[in-house]
Design a protein around this ligand. Sequence first.
Ligand SMILES: Nc1ccn([C@@H]2O[C@H](COP(=O)(O)OP(=O)(O)OP(=O)(O)O)[C@@H](O)[C@H]2O)c(=O)n1
Ligand SMILES: C[C@](O)(CO)[C@H](O)COP(=O)(O)O
Length: 394
Amino acid sequence: MPEKKMESQSKIPQNTIIVVAAGRGSRAGAGIPKQYRHIAGKALIRHTLEAIEKTGHFQQIICVIHPDDQTLFDQSTKGMPPYSCVFGGNTRQESVKNGLELTDINSEYIFIHDAARPFIPSTLTSNILQTLLKGVSGVIPAVKITDTLKSVEEGTIQQTIDRTHLYAVQTPQAFPATLLKEAHQSAPHMDFTDDAAVMEAAGHVMHICEGSQNNYKITTQDDFKKAERDMMTSLNDIRIGSGYDVHRFEAGTMVTLCGVKVPHTHALKGHSDADVALHALTDALLSSIADGDIGSHFPPIEPRWKGEPSITFLLHAKELIAQQSGCIAHVAITIICESPKIGPYREQMQTFIAEALEIPVNRVSIQATTTEKLGFTGRKEGIAASATVTVRLP
Ligand SMILES: Nc1ccn([C@@H]2O[C@H](COP(=O)(O)OP(=O)(O)OP(=O)(O)O)[C@@H](O)[C@H]2O)c(=O)n1
Ligand SMILES: C[C@](O)(CO)[C@H](O)COP(=O)(O)O
């Protein structure tokens, strides 16, 4: 595996965070491993890494991934810094141990975090650091158990558990580097479910700090639904973008609409592939972030855009929104023409756009209308398209 390492240039003490992402997510149901599934348009692991980057507390970020997931990891972290990366093991503990191999010699404190916890409160890592600086051997975010606890066997309650001293613990969990490395080396088995337990087994006293109900671990399908709602709510600058485009017919045998080739009596004339619908959509996306229009990003006078597939323009607009940590919530396109008939291609068009924008297909609407033989579309001189999009920004 090509190891991507971020070398430290300085000799000053630094903080390292190891993000464990080598699990299979079996409790989250079928599909790709949960850390690569999308929430509000971005992979779960990307949300987590972005939240970590935002704290500004870490000079080294190490990702522990499953050997089967290199491509998913690369896709999910495209455009992000080149993280140190290592393969995980059969248990979480083994994965952490592998991650520790990559820690920089200058690491003074090591934080271990689940890739599956994307909502790290900005105050949490600084609270943990302040507590570590007091000289303790480990700081663990914890929330007090608020429900009554029962022990259950085969569907019947055996006992009510006294919850007075019970807490649910979270990550990131943080420790002085030397102590954590030693504890992992001397661990009596490889099945501890968190690093505090590894340290406890080595005889260290672990301290808790106040965790957060928002810092939940995404474990089941229901957690994904909650996370989608929570992520969307945090993107509360809601923008509506609109775009409109027209292309005239010329001699030919097919038109390209929403990325789909549709046989027709004519072709559409244009500098690019003349996909009038994708052009309207691209303009709508650009308008949602008030960033000019398709012509200002891809001037028609530039020969390099001649014959260009319009997906290039769409992906560029998508990327500009991603750069602002935005999420495309919904897109609606209306294609205005007497012919060809759009209905038979609607699903293919929805799928093309949903895949390109990486949003669910039920967030892509394609409609078509004639103008009752009125105007230039009614006279079959060309095709017009309009698009409206909803984009959410932080
Ligand atoms: N062998 C393992 C097992 C888990 N993890 C990571 O540890 C974190 C917490 O584990 P959990 O939520 O239990 O994830 P999974 O093991 O993937 O889930 P499941 O038990 O449902 O399969 C996750 O980010 C997971 O990717 C890991 O790096 N290596
Ligand atoms: C480390 C942890 O997130 C603390 O709550 C948890 O123990 C790991 O998850 P698992 O589901 O117990 O493997």
